[in-house]
Design a protein around this ligand. Structure first.
Ligand SMILES: NC(=O)c1ccc[n+]([C@@H]2O[C@H](COP(=O)([O-])OP(=O)(O)OC[C@H]3O[C@@H](n4cnc5c(N)ncnc54)[C@H](O)[C@@H]3O)[C@@H](O)[C@H]2O)c1
Length: 350
């Protein structure tokens, strides 16, 4: 019989709380033994609600505990590198939210720490586990669209995140478009070699104080000559709008869906449905499925299908995009990785 994997969640804010609930109530083979948050009232409330025996404001205390086998890092992005390295030194399994870090040098250090310690590591690219994206990938692998030639990704949030979140997020290319960069690699089965990015502040003036934009477009070129584009917008208002298209030589796949409940209201001369309000609703299944995969891998001692190297590659594309937005020209992904030990991370999973 498989052993129970004892988990600690670091950071129980918007997404960490969802991971904690899933681990405590839905993910087979997992036991939530500890939670941490910088805000003691938040950590204590979540521990009480989910019947978790240990809570702390000090993540290091939890990483070191004997009754913790796996650590799920869902703290702000500017803390990821430090926690990931500490989990690696403790020899525990690591689930690390995207993006890997804010900076490629730091990301290279995380890749090295993970590889040298031999720990198991999964990155929180949950779209790969979403049934629609996973189905699209299977259709591509089955040859249903021939050779994939063009990728289009759209990610529109209903409203911009709080300014404090933006400050620690790395900006729209690293924080939001990174999901599409990963999915582009996953669906096209190719590495992105160069990008050209543009962006504007259309609505949220305050993001500009952090050098960020609220609307971004990234043109992608892949190693085999295929191409793509990724659009991101922070203020769609109508809802959470996530789409992808893959154009191939023999067909096109469209991943879309704005509808929240499977109910349509029919009225004279019009019909309507309610629109997905946010990421927690759109990807609720994916958040459970990615965590089930992580726990299954820990139980079997196998590396997850989306690892630290994938986190690095997506961050490299985002870093090139951010640089391109500033420079106004194409930027090569290899150039932004110059001097970083990118080959140290083992297999990537395009
Ligand atoms: N995969 C996804 O779909 C997805 C969605 C949202 C966020 N994220 C990622 O998850 C991370 C967290 O995002 P969020 O939206 O939940 O942010 P959040 O601000 O809602 O939550 C972060 C929590 O971490 C706590 N915290 C801050 N510093 C800490 C520390 N040093 N130790 C322990 N706790 C600390 C905060 O008090 C807060 O409760 C970010 O890296 C973000 O990029 C991923």
């Amino acid at each position: 019989m498989n052993r129970e994997i004892r988990c600690a969640v670091l950071g129980v804010g918007r997404l960490g709380y969802r991971h904690a609930v899933n681990l405590a109530t839905k993910v087979k083979g997992a036991t939530l033994t500890a939670v941490s948050d910088a805000l003691p009232e938040v950590a204590e409330r979540v521990a009480r609600e989910l019947d978790v025996p240990t809570w702390s404001t000090n993540p290091d205390e939890l990483i070191a505990r004997d009754d913790v086998d796996a650590v799920i890092v869902v703290t702000p992005t500017d803390t990821h590198a430090a926690f990931a390295k500490r989990v690696a030194s403790a020899g525990k399994a690591l689930f690390l939210e995207k993006p890997l870090t804010l900076d490629l040098q730091e990301a290279g250090e995380v890749v090295k720490a993970v590889q040298q310690s031999g720990i198991l590591c999964q990155i929180g690219f949950m779209r790969r586990f979403d049934p629609a994206y996973a189905h699209a990938r299977n259709r591509i692998l089955a040859g249903d669209i021939g050779e994939p030639l063009y990728f289009k990704g759209i990610s529109r949030d209903p409203t911009a995140p709080p300014v404090a979140y933006v400050a620690a997020s790395g900006g729209i290319y690293l924080d939001q478009s990174i999901h599409d960069y990963d999915v582009a690699r996953f669906l096209m089965g190719q590495e992105v070699t160069e990008v050209q990015a543009m962006g504007s502040v259309l609505f949220s003036k305050e993001v500009a104080t952090h050098g960020d934009v609220d609307q971004a477009l990234t043109y992608l070129r892949f190693g085999n000559g295929a191409a793509g584009d990724v659009e991101a917008y922070r203020n769609a208002f109508y809802g959470y709008d996530i789409r992808a298209e893959i154009l191939g030589t023999e067909g096109t796949l469209v991943v879309s869906g704005l509808q929240y409940h499977n109910v349509t209201l029919l009225q004279p001369r019009r019909s309507s449905y309610d629109v997905l309000p946010g990421f927690l609703e759109r990807f609720s299944d994916a958040y459970v499925l990615e965590m089930e995969h992580f726990i299954d891998c820990v139980q079997k001692g196998e590396q997850p299908t989306v690892g630290v190297r994938d986190g690095f590659e997506a961050l490299a594309i985002g870093t090139a995009a951010r640089q391109s937005y500033r420079a106004g020209s194409f930027v090569s992904v290899a150039d932004v990785c110059a001097g970083v030990p990118v080959n140290a991370g083992g297999a990537s999973h395009v």
